[in-house]
Design a protein around this ligand. Structure first.
Ligand code: NAD
Length: 429
């Protein structure tokens, strides 16, 4: 099939490359010329394991193309995936990018096409897109389908190739048949194809993300209780997770959830609730609890440092919101690092993706290896759960005698740390 992905970021590029790997001819379009120029040279602008190889292989076979020419790319394609960002504006999903793309599609509908929202969009967005596209000239020339994307950064290719479910929201039998054919190779590998109404598909995405955010926030609050009651939250999480109705995933206590999806999607869901006069009180309290979490952890850092942050050297191991990605959107480090700087700390950090982040302070330094980042640290904070932070010999990587470790991911055993005489702090135990 001939496919066009509009927006070549995490979702558009990964799913476009994966669709091309299934034998389709895919054009990934972006308005950002720099991104497209890089992609044409096979330089991948984002960090996503396995993506380089996938892009090279399918570009070589001429099944994966990159372009800034949105009109031509739409005209020559049968299925148009909208994969642009839907950031938050005034606590709502800002749909300006989605509607800009819709207008481009409207002026290039030369024959029947399926317009698919892969961007996360609020309930009724499909209806609005349909309204924009509708005209006498465009009658029977399109169907608007919702196909939310569930891939996780860092594991995006595997998630796309082996999905738990493919959700297709449409009332058109024609569009449903074509979408099923497109996804057939993944369904044959065990992915469940779920055909539903367009509005349901839109809500499934938000409800799923809000539920996962709730699970994280729930265990974070239980961790607070564990800290005050001499209980190990890891044991509690294991005991809970053994119940199949609960499950163990997303029950790991740590910093506030962040990233490009959970914070904005929980806020947008509350706003959808307001649109339909429905009070989503659970989601509201999850947002509020998560918003407070970085401050709570900052207080804990102060306590660990006996309220002496000024002139202390604090090293962050990892600054992204999770491992396997270079995405910094709404990472909790973006709240914690500036707050520590305001208190007079010097921040060193090491980030395995090798990309420097913009902290805009001369008191923040990026290091290319763990040892250099940690050697003068008074406090080492394990912020992101990268594998390379799981077996550190802290006494070898730092020269300071009285250094402390704050493990925000509970990667180390308390008894081991005690045995090694390391001043060690973790979460919820
Ligand atoms: N990142 C994730 O893990 C993830 C997972 C599932 C769903 N989503 C959803 O997918 C959508 C995209 O997310 P992302 O992380 O890929 O965003 P992104 O910011 O990485 O990429 C969006 C791209 O769209 C491009 N763009 C904007 N307007 C355009 C236009 N008019 N024409 C062509 N290109 C245009 C931008 O230049 C950018 O490169 C969002 O709605 C997001 O919520 C993201």
């Amino acid at each position: 099939m001939k496919i066009c992905m509009i927006g070549s970021g995490y979702v558009g590029l990964v799913s476009g490359a994966c669709f091309s790997d299934l034998g389709n001819t895919v054009t990934c379009v972006d308005i950002n010329k720099e991104i497209v120029e890089k992609l044409k040279k096979k330089i991948i602008p984002i960090y996503e394991p396995g993506l380089q190889e996938l892009v090279e292989r399918n570009s070589k076979k001429k099944r994966l193309l990159f372009s800034t020419d949105i009109s031509n790319s739409i005209k020559k394609s049968d299925i148009i995936f909208i994969c642009v960002g839907t950031p938050t504006k005034n606590n709502k999903a800002d749909l300006k990018y989605v509607f800009n793309v819709t207008k481009s599609i409207k002026s290039n509908l030369n024959r029947y096409k399926i317009i698919v929202t892969k961007s996360t969009v609020p309930v009724t967005t499909g209806d609005k897109i349909e309204k924009i596209l509708n005209s006498k000239k465009n009658q029977n020339k399109f169907d608007v389908v919702s196909n939310p994307e569930f891939l996780r950064e860092g594991e995006a290719i595997r998630d796309f190739q082996f999905p738990d479910r493919v959700v297709i929201g449409t009332s058109s039998n024609k569009a449903n048949k074509i979408m099923k054919k497109l996804y057939l190779p993944l369904i044959k590998k065990g992915g469940r194809y779920f055909h539903t109404s367009r509005r349901s598909a839109e809500l499934i995405k938000y409800a799923s993300n809000a539920f996962l955010a709730t699970k994280i926030t729930f265990i974070n609050e239980i961790a607070n209780l564990c800290e005050n009651s001499d209980i190990d939250v890891k044991e509690v999480a294991i005991g809970m997770g053994l119940d199949e109705r609960i499950g163990s995933r997303f029950l790991r206590a740590g910093p506030a959830y962040g990233g490009s999806c959970f914070p904005k999607d929980t806020r947008a869901l509350v706003s959808t609730g307001q649109m339909f006069k429905t009070n989503l009180s659970v989601v509201k309290s999850v947002i509020s609890s998560n918003d407070k979490r970085s401050n709570l952890l900052l207080n804990k850092i102060s306590k660990i440092m006996n309220n002496k942050i000024k002139n202390k050297k604090i090293t962050f191991l990892g600054v992204t919101f999770k491992p396997g990605t270079d995405d910094m959107r709404e990472s909790s480090s973006l709240k914690m690092i500036p707050a520590l700087l305001r208190k007079g700390a010097y921040i060193n950090y090491y980030e395995p993706t090798g990309k420097k982040k913009e902290f805009k302070s001369k008191n923040v330094n990026f290091f290319e290896n763990i040892k250099d980042a940690c050697k003068s640290a008074d406090l080492i904070i394990i912020h992101t759960e990268w594998n390379e932070f799981k077996q550190l010999n802290f006494k070898k990587i730092t020269k300071k005698r009285n250094f402390k470790v704050f493990d925000m991911r509970n990667l180390y055993s308390i008894s081991e740390m005690k045995k090694n005489k390391i001043n060690y702090f973790s979460i919820g135990r």
